[in-house]
Design a protein around this ligand. Sequence first.
Ligand code: AMP
Length: 284
Amino acid sequence: MVIFKKIHDLQDFLSAKRKENMTIGFVPTMGALHDGHRSLVKKAVDSKDFVVCSIFVNPTQFKDKTDFEKYPVTPDADILLLTQAGCHVLFLPDVQEMYPDGTGKGNDFDFGYLDTVLEGAHRPGHFKGVGQVVARLLNIVQPDRLYMGQKDYQQCMVVRSLLGQMNISDKTELIICPTLREPDGLAMSSRNTRLTEPQRALAIVIYQCLVSIQGKVNDGNFDIVQKECLDILKDKGFEPEYVALADARDLALTDNYNTTRPMVALIAAKLGQVRLIDNLLING
Ligand code: AMP
């Protein structure tokens, strides 16, 4: 695996690969890599892409300064994981390289409704930061395929909108990959390493709530299940931000199940200082 810290060096290298008719698969990450990230790299390798992964903890998508400062950084382990996964290039820029004119520019995308609900509502400015960094990375890497995780469901929808706003939907295909979970069901996340042992044991409650929401699709009233989940989460010591049900295609929030539409259940909750999110598709 070749590591680049400078945009120009990476671009020169990738244009040579394009001349060899290679398709470029891109996996953007913030590091502290785990098997979820590995699965995205593996999917790109399996698709015969020339695989570029980036690691950049983007300051502009964090509203909470502590969350940014405490974000785990594990470069040696990350390089090992990527090498073993068959990644070809790691792009490892610093803030100056990504934002040479400061962080105030390049965040003029408009995600409309998506920016007003769920993650958008609870993390104001977050998706502006995501749009800013992903647009910059896409301009640098110009991938044929962009691999992202369903774990960040709303982010995938925001990035789909971004590809449209950048007019590159026909050039870069977004591949959404399934959420990898720990054996007990907890969605893998870089933030899980910040959980204490007792918190880690409790963290599966989020997944259990999603499973119960999914399981009651045919006989349940979502209002009741939602309240049960909020009560359970609070009872176990979480600070739930939302337990929601939405149309899986446009994230329109809904009060009740509708078996004729694809739906997604989504939860965000804080456990101590650590904010966790997860989701599960319902009706396929
Ligand atoms: P992050 O480093 O958290 O920004 O994540 C980088 C990419 O990995 C995003 O597209 C995430 O959705 C994806 N990802 C994170 N956790 C998982 C997981 N458990 N399973 C699959 N993909 C994941």
